[in-house]
Design a protein around this ligand. Structure first.
Ligand code: ADP
Ligand code: MG
Length: 617
């Protein structure tokens, strides 16, 4: 058999480098090859080597069987004792089975450890990846790479290597021995084999295509279902259940159709193999009978031949199966490496991250710099300019409000301050230090963030509160709960702080959720608190109370609040007006009302007026 030797020769070694290593990956679109597959086995080299040795030994022992059988027949026809040979044969079977089982076990374990290593690598990469990379990717798709694609690789490692090794050794060994016994007969077997190979190859190609289609169907189903369940309330409200069920059902149907097709093709493989086995058996028998009768071959040689012929044909299906597993594995590996190559936030290639100067390290002399400063910052999402030449600063204490129409770039400014994104032009300075090149975790340790759509994480209310400061004590927790007016809620809950807030936090109202997020940010007592429309879901009473709290806090800390409520805006020491990505004006509420027509329009059109006072006309 030709072509089976590829891949096995490089089996045990594994190349240098791990799959997770950034520098050397085919992120530029090159397809991963067998070499990359073998790289997966790095670290498992010894186990794989042992597994292959066991398999090789088992398979080689298998090749002895026809030879021993030949011997047995010769002895029987010569009327000599055969007991010892029978025992040897039985022992051979047992040892062979044990060797193969052990080899398979080792490979299964290797497969599992490959999956574990890849999954851990993927999880870590996804948690550290540069945030820009996650924009526009579907979570469902990323999840399936961690779940399904890694499993594909496990099956490949556990399944294909044994088959390739077995087929190669059996093929080469059996062919050699057959050639040695009778070259003419070998040609007969090789001919049948070729026909069978072509047949099976065609069928397997069809099966592979169908399997891929089935997998694509399942992928689409997962992604669609995930989105529908994520927005289940919207689905229900739009009475779109049937439509969604139909659409997702179509994905299911596609998988079904492909599955049935592959079942049809698969049902052909078995009989085709039977035909090939029996056909070659018959041919060998016929041609062999002639050759035995004219004396060019003995009966025992014929029997050995018959056994070898089945040995050769049987693993053929296994070979194609192994090849298709490898092919699918390559596809999965590509999808996995795609994620593993995503740039992380702190790329080692950019040089070691500079620690942010600590407060104590800043020179005490001269007036301290503003805590946060944007200097002529410009920023674009994929060539779509959002911020242009934005400059303003946030002093060490006080409440700065950032206002502007929806889409003006307010949340983007918050993202730049947190170093979720890097500015395209200009500088973001924290405590006088340019944050470019600074370790983002250092920076974030000194900033608290309340996101615009503040999420709750899994776990209890307490877990959520102490998320940024796990070591917070009971007194500190009570204090922030009082600040954000959540004490009452905690008392109402049966389990108090230990109440599970649910996967998506649906058992808290929007306002409660926001207040939990604010408490979470305040608990760590950061120097700067960024709040992105923190009161959008609060009722006016709560909102005014919270504004008072923010004012209090701003006596000793810096607060930057993206605000769209008048009461928060009026409480601000200074207001930065953002107009289509530029700072339009800056000042106090009164100054801006008097001087800035854009701000006046903003207050009437976009800012929610305080309770009991209608918007001025
Ligand atoms: P604001 O918070 O003031 O409402 P944002 O800063 O969220 O505005 O967004 C500013 C502009 O950038 C909007 O037009 C928005 O569509 C766009 N934008 C925001 N986030 C992204 C993103 N991740 N990718 C591409 N465009 C974005
Ligand atoms: Mg926003």
């Amino acid at each position: 058999p030709s072509g089976t030797a590829t891949g096995t020769g490089r089996g045990a070694g594994g190349g240098p480098g791990t799959v997770a290593h950034p520098g050397e990956n085919p992120a530029d679109g090159a397809r991963p090859g067998t070499r990359d597959l073998l790289r997966l086995l790095r670290g498992s080299g010894r186990t794989v080597g042992a597994a292959l040795a066991l398999t090789v030994a088992g398979t080689a022992l298998g090749l002895l069987q026809p030879l021993l059988t030949m011997r047995l027949i010769d002895r029987v026809s010569a009327d000599r004792a055969v007991a010892a040979l029978v025992v040897t044969l039985a022992a051979l079977f047992l040892v062979q089975a044990a060797l193969e089982a052990a080899g398979q076990y080792l490979l299964d374990v290797t497969g599992e450890s490959v999956v574990r290593r890849l999954r851990r690598g993927l999880v870590e990469r996804l948690l550290f990846v540069r945030l820009r990379e996650l924009d526009g990717r579907r979570a469902g798709d990323l999840l399936s790479r961690v779940g399904t694609d890694t499993t594909m690789l496990r099956d490949m490692v556990a399944g294909s290597f044994v088959q390739l090794v077995t087929v190669t050794i059996t093929g080469v060994g059996a062919a050699g021995l057959m050639l040695w016994i009778d070259p003419v007969m070998f040609l007969v077997v090789a001919g049948t084999l070729l026909v069978a190979a072509v047949l099976v190859a065609g069928v397997m190609a069809g099966i592979r295509t169908s399997t891929e289609q089935a997998l694509a169907g399942v992928g689409a189903m997962t992604a669609d279902l995930e989105r529908a369940l994520g927005g289940i309330r919207t689905v229900r409200a739009a009475r779109a259940e049937h439509r969604e069920a139909e659409r997702i059902g179509a994905d299911v149907d596609a998988a079904y159709t492909a599955g049935v097709r592959s079942a049809k093709l698969g049902s052909v493989v078995g009989p085709a193999m039977e035909i090939a086995v029996n056909g070659s058996f018959l041919l060998v028998l016929l041609v062999g009978a002639v050759r035995v009768s004219d004396g060019s071959m003995s009966v025992s040689e014929l029997v050995a031949f018959l056994l070898f012929a089945t040995y050769l044909v049987m693993p053929l299906a296994g070979l194609f199966n192994a090849l298709s597993l490898i092919q699918r594995g390559l596809g999965s590996l590509r999808r996995i490496e795609d994620v593993l190559c995503l740039p992380v936030e702190q790329d080692p290639q950019d040089g070691a991250p500079v620690p942010l100067p600590t407060p104590a390290a800043s020179p005490a002399a001269s007036p301290p710099p503003p805590l946060l400063e944007l200097r002529r910052v410009s920023f674009a999402y994929d060539d779509r300019p959002v911020l242009r030449d934005v400059s303003f600063s946030v002093p060490r204490t006080g409440l700065i409000a950032l206002v502007g129409r929806s889409g003006a770039g307010k949340t983007t400014i918050v993202s730049l301050a947190e170093k979720f994104h890097e500015p395209d032009g200009g500088h973001v300075l924290f405590d006088g230090a340019d944050v470019r090149g600074v370790d983002p975790r250092d920076l974030r340790a000194r900033i608290g963030l309340v996101e615009q759509h503040a999420p709750l994480l899994y776990g209890t209310l307490r877990d959520n509160l102490v998320y940024a400061k796990p070591e917070a004590n009971e007194r500190e927790i009570r204090e922030v709960l009082r600040m954000v007016n959540l004490e009452e809620l905690v008392e109402r809950l049966a389990n108090g702080l230990e109440a599970e807030v649910g996967d998506r936090g649906f058992n808290l109202s929007g306002g409660e959720r926001q207040r939990v997020a604010i408490a979470r940010a305040l608990l760590a007592r950061p120097e700067l608190v960024l709040l992105d429309e923190p009161t959008s879901q609060l009722d006016p009473i709560n909102e005014r109370e919270l504004t008072d709290v923010l004012r209090d806090i701003s006596q000793e800390r810096a607060l930057l609040v993206v605000a769209h409520r008048m009461s928060t805006v009026r409480a601000a020491d200074r207001i930065v007006v953002l107009d289509e990505g530029r700072v339009g004006a800056e000042g106090t509420h009164e100054q801006l009302l008097a001087e800035d027509p854009f701000y006046r329009r903003l207050t009437t059109d976009h800012l929610t007026p305080p309770l009991g006072r209608p918007a001025p006309d």
